[in-house]
Design a protein around this ligand. Sequence first.
Ligand code: NI
Length: 226
Amino acid sequence: MLLHIPAVFTKSEVQALRQELDAADWSDGRATVGPQGAQVKRNLQLRADSALAQRLGEVVRQRVQQHPMFFAAALPLRMLPPLFNRYEGGGHYGMHVDGSVMLHSGHPQPLRSDVSSTLFLSEPDEYDGGELIVADTYGEHEVKLPAGDLIVYPASSLHSVQPVTRGARVASFFWTQSMVRDAWRRSMLFELDQSIQKLRTRLGDDDDVKSLTHHYHNLLRAWAET
Ligand code: NI
């Protein structure tokens, strides 16, 4: 399931983030991947241990974790601190799969990457190319969203970023370990949750809405690992 969550940050919030990011010291993104990734990755990243990356990453983390749609879709158990990347001058990231188990210096436990997320921080008309391509069993999906919007997709997908041939594509990205590791179960729970929310808006908390909510929680209880 690819989920587009619009307006996680307002345009003025994006502008404030961009002011700091555009003035930042970027380094070669190949530093954070193994030899296989290094062959296909051509971009810039903020060093994860820089004060700026940590401060802005925390801003992104807090906002995303409080977002009801992100919560319903990702069912987060743990998140790695969000990072920031920049593609320009032909920068790209060829088809690859993200590491399945990730270590981070600030976290005692390794994190299993179940859910990948990208928060777009450039408007689509600021750059040419730079589409995120996510491949799943239904084919390849092209994603290029307005600044402030988030795309959430299974970390198990093969994906790539097309070369940026004009301007710069700035984004934040992060991985989440979900309480529900199976992507299909997560997606069923999400769809059930969204239907219940719509029914509740239409019908209030009537008995059938309560019954569906009851089933939702029993499914989550059966499938959740905490
Ligand atoms: Ni990736």
